[in-house]
Design a protein around this ligand. Structure first.
Ligand SMILES: CC(C)(COP(=O)(O)OP(=O)(O)OC[C@H]1O[C@@H](n2cnc3c(N)ncnc32)[C@H](O)[C@@H]1OP(=O)(O)O)[C@@H](O)C(=O)NCCC(=O)NCCS
Length: 164
């Protein structure tokens, strides 16, 4: 299993990548659409997880300024927006979700160690995604924004603020 940043030379594998079953609830279809239209075209960084020659997982992230934290006395902090993670439909529930997230966090730390926080958004019914993020220390930050929950965590290997 190997993770790496993907350039345009992997567009064909990304186009064939699918992580959502047909007929799934609307919010799951939204994840797939989001993966295609937002991440593959707009994310500054796209990570691929490879098992031999097969692309089994992807993630996308952008640099952002994280605002509103700590809640008691907010400051602007350099961080990352983890736009999405996805595991190929035929490879889910094999631990790859945890692996792509762990590898993505490592790549974030290597790319810019001054960015110590990671922010993400998950649909409140996306229990697997919320669980996988929590296992990596990226946890829900109330209140919810409609059907979506804001998640926040530290990037391991960087100077994560001690209030997190
Ligand atoms: C979310 C996603 C990336 C997870 O990948 P995965 O390879 O299936 O995840 P893993 O196998 O690493 O881990 C799944 C964990 O969730 C747990 N899990 C399964 N169903 C669950 C549920 N309903 N509620 C909570 N946890 C659940 C599993 O037990 C497992 O944990 P364990 O290893 O501690 O037993 C994958 O399901 C996916 O691509 N989904 C579609 C895209 C998506 O929703 N992306 C996130 C939105 S940004």
């Amino acid at each position: 299993m190997k993770a790496s940043l993907l350039g345009r030379n992997h567009d064909a594998e990304l186009a064939a990548f699918c992580c959502c079953p047909e007929g799934a609830p609307g919010w799951q279809q939204e994840v797939e659409t989001f993966l295609r239209t937002a991440v593959f075209r707009r994310a500054d960084y796209v990570v691929g997880l490879w098992d031999g020659g097969q692309l089994v997982g992807v993630s996308g992230f952008n640099p952002i300024t994280i605002k509103g934290l700590p809640v008691a006395s907010p400051i602007d902090l350099p961080g990352w927006d983890l736009i999405v993670i996805g595991v190929s439909l035929d490879q889910q529930q094999n631990g790859h979700g945890k692996t792509i997230l762990a590898e993505t966090l490592k790549i974030m730390a290597q790319t810019d160690p001054t960015r110590t926080l990671v922010s993400a958004r998950a649909h409140r019914e996306n229990h697997v995604s919320i669980y996988v993020c929590a296992e990596a220390g990226i946890e829900a930050l109330p209140p919810p924004d409609g059907d979506y929950i804001r998640l926040i965590g530290g990037v391991p290997g960087t100077a994560v603020p001690n209030w997190l």
